[in-house]
Design a protein around this ligand. Sequence first.
Ligand SMILES: O=C(O)CCCC[C@@H]1SC[C@@H]2NC(=O)N[C@@H]21
Length: 260
Amino acid sequence: MSSLVDQLGGTRWHRADVVAATGSTNADLAAAAATEDIDGRVLIARHQTAGRGRHEREWTTGPSGALTFSVGVSVGEATESMGWLSLLAGVAVADALARTIKFDAAPGVKWPNDVLIGERKVAGVLSEYTTGAAGGQAIIGIGVNTSMRPDELPVPQATSVFVETGRVIDDDELVVDILRELDAELALWPARLDELAQEYRRKCVTLGQRVRLVLPGDRELIGTAVEVDTQGRLLVAADGGSTTAIAAGDVTHLRTHPQS
Ligand SMILES: O=C(O)CCCC[C@@H]1SC[C@@H]2NC(=O)N[C@@H]21
């Protein structure tokens, strides 16, 4: 069988390392970025012992049953459109999953980047920015619950491909598909952000919903999710009429989306 890098020929991903276990692939690429250019690198771990989630939470996947990997992308100085990178990664995962497994309902993306099957989360994205030896680099980390059994799921709101379909899929095929998708998106980012944003909006199950947002500092906001702006922020129209741009927070959908 050809190597991952061979299968990724023609894309920006020129180096793909697979390790049996590590703490966190995001942390490993961040450490590497201090001394080298990590642009185009992929690091896959069969198991993570200290996986990081958004908002400094743990990302627990059990000893097996999840696809966990990170990529490095040179982005130069931090810009407004960088906020979109993690949202686009969510779209790449949703597209690849939809192709790999023919779900009745296509996976959707809950703002900012949780990939859902129905109302339950099957994948998450953690995007971080670091300045190292080669300047500003984004590290995009992706975790997909692939073959986790029901009793291995960390929280009731989580699901896995196996739980939803009864199928054990090939994690290496899925990662290649996600990486090809992500490469195609990055070729358009940031110059053609409008097109990418349109695709995101089509997949985003949060837009149009009545939502509760828990914001940093445990503040809460309830309103309607009306748009995602050029920085990837969620615009929420509060009941009183004012609209707030949210850069980071946890969303709960207060009513079911028509597609889910
Ligand atoms: O939904 C979230 O909270 C984001 C989860 C991101 C998890 C992935 S797994 C690979 C990469 N390494 C990490 O430590 N985290 C990301």
